[in-house]
Design a protein around this ligand. Structure first.
Ligand SMILES: NC(=O)C1=CN([C@@H]2O[C@H](COP(=O)(O)OP(=O)(O)OC[C@H]3O[C@@H](n4cnc5c(N)ncnc54)[C@H](O)[C@@H]3O)[C@@H](O)[C@H]2O)C=CC1
Ligand SMILES: O=C(O)C(=O)CO
Length: 386
């Protein structure tokens, strides 16, 4: 049995008990729960990743809903514990939910929430930052400067890649992948090639219109192409950014064979999930191809890196911070709390999880709906008419 975990309690006399496995940014999410008669318990344990046993201790005998984190293993054991405690709602404070066994949750009648929409631009901006940092070798140059090695301008010093006119490749052109593509096309006048299971008509129209605008202004137009295979993107693109969900179809999507298909001086960015890339194969590829560069926000065995990665000068590594802007993190906390609250109150499901702005307006109460429940159909939950 795990030791009792330390908690902070808000509104102790609230009717519904909602547990958050971590303190989350902002206070709006707490206030929204309190206003609707929730007792909010926040785990303040000084431990980054809680074990299943620790979460079971937090759930206790009576718990109406839990807000959890992407680092936690939400499977059969936790959903059965939550169900025994009378809980019917769980939300990840994340858009990705590969840490959640949704079928197990459905079996126990627990709704699973996620937080789409508020992290699209923030995450795309980090992918763009990593693309630029890799292209222009910013981290290496910063280290060189701080080490006192700079003794004057040189024609060959930290020469990198020009993005303008090159091709950006996007694998997984959903919300974040499309936002990233638009940034790179519009910001740096790159041509686009993308691969997704579905056509992204909005993205294609955007690039077409921007190309026409450039042409009308006497500049070469940008172009787009929807690739019929992922390998086509790998062969043709100069910068490739990965934005699919993680599931069994995308596990090790980028492996040794696929790395070999990429250009020798290509840049690979991963802000999706670590296991989308075979990190051992990547380290080997970085060693053999010093002009190939990567920007990684996520890792196969987080929080660890595979041996050798940290020594590679042609790799930029940051600790899963792609969604880390204040507005986004507060928005994620709000959406996660509203998913749990909405299910407790019996609210219907918001019709379009990509259009979550009404939940973000601090000046008016949020709609009486759950912003995004991924197993709503399986649970037969009604859709909001708002
Ligand atoms: N590093 C970070 O902090 C963050 C990471 N993420 C990750 O990004 C992922 C994507 O987020 P969104 O864009 O909001 O989701 P989304 O659902 O809008 O986009 C995912 C896209 O991947 C495509 N896809 C699925 N399987 C594929 C396959 N086998 N090959 C190619 N494309 C495939 C889908 O068709 C979809 O268009 C999340 O699931 C999460 O894992 C999201 C936010 C922050
Ligand atoms: O939302 C997600 O899926 C993340 O990875 C963290 O923002």
């Amino acid at each position: 049995m795990a030791k009792p975990v330390s908690i902070e309690v808000w509104n102790p006399n609230g009717k519904y008990r909602v547990v958050s496995t971590k303190p989350m940014p902002g206070t709006r999410w707490i206030n929204l729960l309190i206003q609707q008669d929730c007792r909010v318990e926040i785990c303040t344990q000084k431990k980054t990743i809680l074990s299943v046993e620790e979460i079971i201790a937090l759930i206790g005998d009576k718990c109406d809903g839990v807000i959890g984190q992407l680092t936690e293993d939400w499977g059969e054991t936790l959903f059965s514990a939550l169900s025994r405690a009378g809980g019917k709602a769980f939300s990840n404070m994340a858009v990705g939910y590969n840490n959640v066994d949704v079928n197990a949750a459905t079996k126990y009648g627990v709704a699973v929430g996620n937080t789409p929409g508020v992290l699209t631009e923030t995450t795309a901006e980090l992918a763009a930052s990593l693309s630029l940092s890799a292209a222009r070798r910013i981290v290496e140059a910063d280290e060189f400067m701080r080490a006192g090695l700079y003794d004057g301008w040189l024609p060959h010093l930290f020469v990198g890649n020009l993005l303008k006119g090159q091709t950006v490749g996007v694998i997984g052109a959903g919300r974040i992948g499309s936002a990233y593509a638009r940034m790179m096309v519009e910001g740096f006048k790159m041509n686009l090639i993308y691969f997704d299971l579905y056509q992204s008509t909005r993205l294609e129209k955007f690039v077409t219109a921007y190309g026409q605008f450039l042409k009308a202004n006497g500049e070469p137009p940008v172009t787009w192409k929807r690739a019929s295979t992922m390998d086509e993107v790998l062969r043709e693109a100069d910068v490739i950014s990965l934005h699919p969900i993680l599931d069994k179809t995308t596990y090790h999507l980028v492996n040794k064979e696929r790395l070999a298909k990429m250009k020798k001086e290509a840049i690979l960015v991963n802000c999706s999930r670590g296991p989308v890339v075979d990190e051992v194969a990547l380290v080997q590829h970085l060693k053999e191809n010093p002009m190939f560069r990567v920007g990684l926000d996520v890792f196969e065995d987080e929080p660890f890196m595979k041996p050798g990665l940290a020594d590679m000068k042609n790799a930029i590594v940051v600790p899963h911070i792609a969604s880390a802007s204040k507005w986004t993190r507060e928005g994620m906390a709000t959406l996660a709390a509203l998913n749990v609250l909405g299910k407790i109150k019996g609210y219907p499901i918001w019709g379009d999880p990509n259009r979550v702005e009404p939940f973000m307006n601090e000046k008016s109460p949020p709609p009486a709906a759950c912003p995004s429940i991924v197993n709503s159909k399986a649970l037969g939950l009604p859709v909001s008419k708002l």
